[in-house]
Ligand binder design. Structure first.
Ligand code: 26W
Length: 841
């Protein structure tokens, strides 16, 4: 890693001007450090140490090296005082840190060699680290990719989040069903984290607000509250090859005061107990809901807890260097990762008014120039709407401020629309108010009090503007913008697929690591026979690696020469894993009826966690595993179809899975998937997309060409049109298509279960008995077109050279989808940060 002695900030530019220096790695020193750590931490020799102890010893040795650069970077920020982005997020799905840190320090090979000499295998050491699974899915992993890109591009940034004691649950499959097992990721301690009690903050809940009138203005104060101490833990975010180390700050909760066991004041004692319980509960567990708002009180407590601590610290940090809080927004910007951190808006207002005595207008000016909001979903059930009873009870002062924001906003609506012919102002207010119908609507607040609103793929942003947020777009068109998501190639190619990464570098040089569009230089190899063979051979080796993983974890043998057709993502009805497995059932029927048909062997691979209370999602898992049991054990089909459900899909096994995929299933109902990011990881690893024109699939196909993907199904306009006209009638399809009818009947006739187990899935598609809408995700409507696209996949795969060409083109055309590009656009169009470059003298 670079040691830095001087600093320079450069104006944001599109070309990365970051210096790249290799870690000055001293192999003997590192080896001694590992042995020393094993001895001092565990009083053991290397031979006696457990694998976990060895991991810890190695991780501490690496952390020692990171810390120097971490200090240098923070010193540089201190000196240069650049504008900073605070990326506020309830979720950071970081995965493992060791391998990623080594990659970004450019020390992976050196450390591998050093460990070899100690008789240790780096891969096995890496496997000892638990995933930091502080997130559900796309939104959390995006936050992690963004931190990687921010550090790599050299932008001053903090991630702000929660140090959950238990992250995303571990999924076990028992008897074919999902079972949730607590993820005690901190049991052995986290060697990379740093506890920072000197930056602790107090966060207040409940009580009431008193007002004092003095010198012509009101002074508000919260009384009778309970408080919690927020203690930050810092995690280093290592930039690639530039010596920059940013910080992810996650907050832990502790009781404010210890028990006064000798206290005879019963009231005080009780309060102490309550505060202790509050502290204990608040950071206990990540809510495992993805795209579903549950309205839980503890969740709102979590939100305010980490936001209040983060905003307090951002203000305190600013005031250590500056004296005019009115210019806060010149040095600080908050990016709100969905609506979950939206209480940052009234919290900043509160601090500015109640602690720095700004007027409402002054505080509003600062706040609306500081906060920006990213929308990640249009699913109605995901929108956060807090009952005012709960919100005002928990956050009385914050609620007052929200009321005032709302009152003024309604005045603005009046001012703008009351004299406009044809506009019904009351109707506008009903649709746009922040507080309405007894609820606080967080998205409305985020739009009204922010300077930017962005969607996460072009199609998604257009749908926001034209449909979901139409009224807001009309009122504030200049705030709306698109930032198509991206992924970090450092983790998902360089670390996850070493063989392909090396092959790419051999052909086009290593610039792609920090400048992914350079990978386009691979295009000339797409038709080169030797390159095609090398590429297919690498894919084969990666499939062998995944097959081994599947054998070890599932006990299922799969043939690496078969087509690996993969759908890995959260389980949700809109993502349509059900469409995929119904199609597998259909193919199996075909093969049974016609055993000699022309059929290329196929392995259907699924991986997905379902929210713990989501019945149809959990049933879909059971259906997949039941179908797998029947098909995998039917000797009559000669192993031509295999179905695998990979247990506990997470960031670490994802790297192995993407590398081995031939086909990337991105089959959401058009208009429902805001972007998707798995689609990009597959593309980067040379899988061909089988998908709908949804989310970022649209842009993927635009880059790679429709002839190198398999597109099917209704368009988003068609879906939205059906929805606006009361849906469609799946019964017609059921009655007229015998193949589909047969598959659906197999859900309830005992083919895959002897009970009524799958009846709810059948009902969700047909709903003969109830008045509920049927097949709201258009599974039957898209089935035929999906089956045809699948047929084309098979045909295409049989032509090995043609497939290799398309696969290489997918890799070559993935340049747009680096999170480096996404972050550069956030910097240029929203945040306006300057790049910091560390220079070595
Ligand atoms: C309130 C409960 C809740 C929890 C999580 C509501 C919504 C969420 C997230 C917004 C769900 C999520 O992860 N959305 C995904 O975000 C990705 C990153 O932008 C997109 O690529 C996915 O399309 C989107 O589903």
């Amino acid at each position: 890693m670079a040691t830095s002695t001087s600093v320079a900030t450069t104006a944001a530019a599109n070309t990365a001007a970051v210096t790249t220096k290799k870690i000055r790695f001293d192999k003997e020193l590192f080896k001694r450090s590992v042995l020393y750590n094993v001895k001092t931490l565990y009083r053991r020799t290397l031979e006696e140490a457990t694998p976990q102890q060895i991991f810890q010893a190695v991780a501490y040795a690496i952390k020692d090296q990171i810390v120097e650069c971490w200090m240098e970077t923070q010193k540089a920020y201190e000196k240069e005082d650049p504008k900073m982005v605070y990326y506020m997020s309830m979720e950071f799905l970081m995965g493992r840190a060791l391998g990623n840190n080594l990659i970004n320090m450019q020390g992976y090979d050196d450390v591998k060699d050093a460990l070899d000499e100690l008789g240790l295998d780096l891969n096995l050491v890496e496997d000892q680290e638990p995933d930091a699974a502080l997130g559900n899915g796309g939104l959390g992993r995006l936050a992690a990719c963004f931190l990687d890109s921010l550090a790599t591009l050299g932008y001053p940034a903090y991630g702000c989040g929660i140090r959950y004691r238990y992250g995303m649950f571990k999924q076990e499959i028992r008897d074919g069903f999902q079972v949730e097992v607590p993820d005690n990721w901190l049991v052995d301690g986290n060697p990379f984290e740093l506890r920072r009690p000197e930056y602790a903050k107090t966060v207040k809940f409940g009580g009431y607000v008193t007002v004092r009138h003095e010198n012509g203005r009101n002074f508000f104060s919260q009384e009778g509250y309970q408080s919690v101490k927020a203690i930050p833990f810092d995690l280093p975010i290592v930039g690639y090859g530039n010596g920059i180390v940013n910080t992810l700050r996650i907050w832990d909760a502790e009781a404010v005061e210890c028990f006064q066991l000798d206290s005879f004041d019963k009231g005080e004692y009780q309060k102490a107990v309550e505060q202790q319980n509050l502290a204990r509960n608040i950071v206990e567990v990540l809510y495992p809901n993805d795209n579903h708002y549950a309205g839980k009180e503890l969740r709102l407590k979590q939100q305010y807890f980490f936001i209040s601590a983060s905003v307090q610290e951002a203000v305190a940090k600013y005031m250590r260097k500056h004296d005019d809080i009115r210019k806060f927004h010149e040095k600080v910007t908050f990016q709100l990762n969905d609506t979950h951190p939206t209480v940052a808006i009234p919290e900043l207002m509160r601090i500015l008014m109640d602690e720095y005595y700004l007027t409402w207008e002054e505080a509003w000016e600062v706040t609306t120039k500081t906060c920006a909001y990213t929308n990640h979903t249009i699913m109605a059930e995901a929108l956060e709407k807090w009952p005012i009873e709960l919100f005002s009870r928990l956050l009385p002062r914050i609620y007052q401020i929200v009321e005032e924001i709302n009152r003024r906003f309604i005045n603005d609506i009046y001012a703008k629309y009351s004299n406009v012919p044809g506009v019904n102002v009351q109707e506008k207010i009903r649709k746009m108010a922040i507080i309405y119908d007894g609820q606080v609507k967080m998205a409305h607040m985020a739009i009204v009090a922010g300077y930017s609103v962005n969607g996460v793929a072009r199609l998604h942003t257009e749908i926001l503007k034209k449909q979901e947020l139409k009224d807001f777009y009309e009122m504030f068109p200049e705030r709306f913008n698109n930032k198509t998501n991206g992924i970090t190639q450092r983790r998902f190619l360089l670390h996850g697929n070493l063989l392909l990464a090396k092959w790419v570098t051999d052909h086009v040089g290593s610039e792609w690591i920090t400048d992914l569009p350079q990978i386009a230089r691979l295009k000339v190899y797409a038709t080169d026979e030797k390159a095609q063979q090398e590429f297919m051979n690498i894919k084969y080796q990666n499939k062998v690696r995944l097959a081994k993983y599947i054998l070890e974890h599932n006990g299922i043998e799969v043939d690496p020469r078969s087509i690996f057709d993969v759908q890995v993502k959260r389980l949700h009805e809109y993502k349509r894993q059900l469409l995929n497995i119904l199609h597998v059932m259909y193919l199996y029927n075909e093969l049974k009826e016609n055993p000699d048909m022309d059929f290329f062997p196929r392995t259907f691979i699924f991986g997905a966690k379902a929210a713990a209370g989501y019945r149809n999602a959990k049933l879909t898992i059971k259906l997949i595993t039941s179908v797998a049991d029947v098909i995998n054990n039917d000797p009559s089909i000669n192993g031509k179809i295999k179905v695998v459900f990979i247990e506990n899909y997470n960031v670490s096994n994802a790297e192995i899975i993407f590398a081995a995929a031939d086909v990337s299933e991105q089959i959401s109902t058009a208009s429902k998937e805001a972007s998707g990011t798995g689609n990009m990881k597959f593309m980067l690893n040379g899988a061909l997309t089988l998908g709908t024109m949804d989310g970022a699939n649209v842009e993927i196909v635009e880059e790679v060409g429709e002839e190198n993907a398999f597109i099917f199904g209704l368009s988003s306009d068609e879906v939205i049109n059906y929805e606006n006209h009361g849906g469609y009638n799946p019964m017609e399809i059921f009655n007229n298509d015998q193949d589909i009818r047969k598959v659906l009947m197999q859900l309830i006739n005992g083919t895959y279960s002897h009970t009524e187990l799958f009846r709810p899935l059948y009902n969700s598609l047909l709903n003969t008995q109830s008045t509920d809408k049927a097949d709201t995700y258009f599974i039957l409507k898209d089935f035929k077109s999906y089956a045809e696209a699948q047929k084309k996949v098979e045909q295409a795969y049989k032509n090995e050279a043609g497939w290799a060409k398309s696969a290489i083109l997918n890799v070559a055309c993935s340049g747009k989808f680096t999170s480096d590009r996404t972050i550069q656009q956030y910097v240029d169009e929203i945040w306006h940060l300057d790049k910091v470059v560390l220079k070595k003298n």
